[in-house]
Design a protein around this ligand. Structure first.
Ligand SMILES: NC(=O)c1ccc[n+]([C@@H]2O[C@H](COP(=O)([O-])OP(=O)(O)OC[C@H]3O[C@@H](n4cnc5c(N)ncnc54)[C@H](O)[C@@H]3O)[C@@H](O)[C@H]2O)c1
Ligand SMILES: O=c1ccn([C@@H]2O[C@H](COP(=O)(O)OP(=O)(O)O[C@H]3OC[C@@H](O)[C@H](O)[C@H]3O)[C@@H](O)[C@H]2O)c(=O)[nH]1
Length: 346
């Protein structure tokens, strides 16, 4: 079991972790790591499952309620002897035996997390409590996919992990950003009080194949619009910035964090920063030079700038993203064209 306490911050646990499940030392399971991925039918989760399944010593269990995810994303694993898929809502307790938990379950697109805000905050708070309860009962290590949204509309730039954020507690995004902040608090309380082995990733805007076509996030919107020759909808003022990370880089960062000795929180994101107008121009140039770019109304509390400081990820995880936006967008375009049934014109 990895040593705790070298987390690069002052949150080290003073308690030993609880005794792991007897399965971890049982003869026939010794070589295997049984891993739960909540939200594994979603965009990042399904890519994470693909990577975890590559290691033949891993057994992977996905628990998902299919709110934004789909069995389609996992179809190549259904029926595999090392894979199991459970329809389960994390706001209910889950009684299984696992060694590691990647806790991703939560809608991520602002359109979807604002659709049923009470459910979103329940998922973040009760869902995380349930997964921490599971981790405590079986002695599993648990990783939470938190978010750059914990920084709110940040007053420092770029954002490093020591920044406490500038978050509206009663706004339309609060179910998600305050929900994730409480989830982080619960993780550290279980760590300090019960010695649970925790890992927290603060993920910045991630894109890639398998995003829902109607997901509503900016990269998937622009790519789908460009392929359909519909105007690219830049939400005003268009000068707001984001940093976009390709999904394979994200999965690599999450696995490194889980396998390493540091609790985090650690920013995982690509520090390349773009305004939404720049993103629209890039998508136009790469995918459909004839397409129009239009300005549309924005939603409340949209953060004006976001860029991760990834010094900690570089130093503690030896991780940095490899795929630049201009290289990642065409990879996503191929997947979207296949699903939209619009082939490239030669
Ligand atoms: N993609 C990003 O840019 C981004 C950025 C920051 C953080 N994150 C975090 O990463 C995680 C995955 O994001 P994603 O982009 O893959 O989103 P996604 O919406 O594609 O996947 C989320 C998955 O969780 C499932 N889910 C939602 N509520 C659930 C519940 N109550 N019980 C069980 N399953 C539930 C959904 O059905 C879906 O399969 C989320 O926790 C999200 O907050 C993502
Ligand atoms: O069609 C669109 C959609 C969005 N946008 C703009 O694009 C920017 C990015 O919006 P997105 O919907 O992709 O998502 P955000 O970056 O705000 O949040 C994202 O990153 C943090 C994660 O935790 C969230 O889960 C994720 O959705 C916003 O400024 C938004 O106003 C457009 O200009 N046009």
């Amino acid at each position: 079991m990895a040593k705790e306490g070298s987390n690069g911050n002052s949150h080290a646990s003073t308690k030993p972790p609880p005794t792991p499940s007897p399965l971890r030392s049982a003869k026939f399971f010794q070589a295997n790591m049984r891993i739960l991925v909540t939200g594994g039918a979603g965009f990042i989760g399904s890519h994470l499952v693909d990577k975890l399944m590559e290691n033949e010593k891993n057994e992977v269990i996905v628990a998902d309620n299919y709110f934004t995810g789909s069995k389609d994303n996992l179809k190549k694993w259904i029926g595999h002897p090392r894979f199991e898929l459970i329809r389960h809502d994390v706001t209910e307790p889950l009684l299984i035996e696992v060694d590691q938990i990647y806790h991703l379950a939560c809608p991520a697109s602002p359109i979807f997390y604002k659709y049923n805000p009470v459910k979103t905050i329940k998922t973040n708070v009760i869902g995380t409590l349930n997964m921490l309860g599971l981790a405590k009962r079986v002695g599993a290590r648990i990783l939470l996919t938190s978010t750059s949204e914990v920084y709110g509309d940040p007053l420092i730039h770029p954002q490093d992990e020591s920044y406490w954020g500038n978050v509206n507690p009663i706004g339309v995004r609060s179910c998600y950003d305050e929900g994730k902040r409480v989830a982080e608090t619960l993780m550290f309380d279980y760590h300090r009080q019960h010695g649970i082995e925790i890992r927290i990733a603060r993920i910045f805007n991630t894109y890639g194949p398998r995003m829902n076509i109607d997901d509503g996030r900016v990269v998937s919107n622009f790519i789908a619009q460009a392929i359909r020759s519909e105007p690219l909808t830049v939400q005003a003022p268009g000068t707001q910035t984001r940093s976009f990370c390709y999904v394979s880089d994200m999965v690599d960062g999450l696995i490194r964090l889980m396998e390493g000795d540091n609790t985090g929180p650690i920013n995982i994101g690509n520090p390349g920063e773009f305004t939404m107008l720049e993103l629209a121009e890039t998508v136009k140039e790469l995918i459909n030079p004839g397409v129009e770019i239009i300005m549309v109304e924005n939603t409340p509390d949209d953060p004006r700038q976001r860029k991760p400081d990834i010094t900690k990820a570089k130093e503690l995880l030896s991780w940095e993203p490899k795929i630049k936006l201009r290289d990642g967008l065409p990879l996503m375009e191929d997947d979207f064209r296949t699903r939209l049934e619009v082939p490239r014109k030669n």
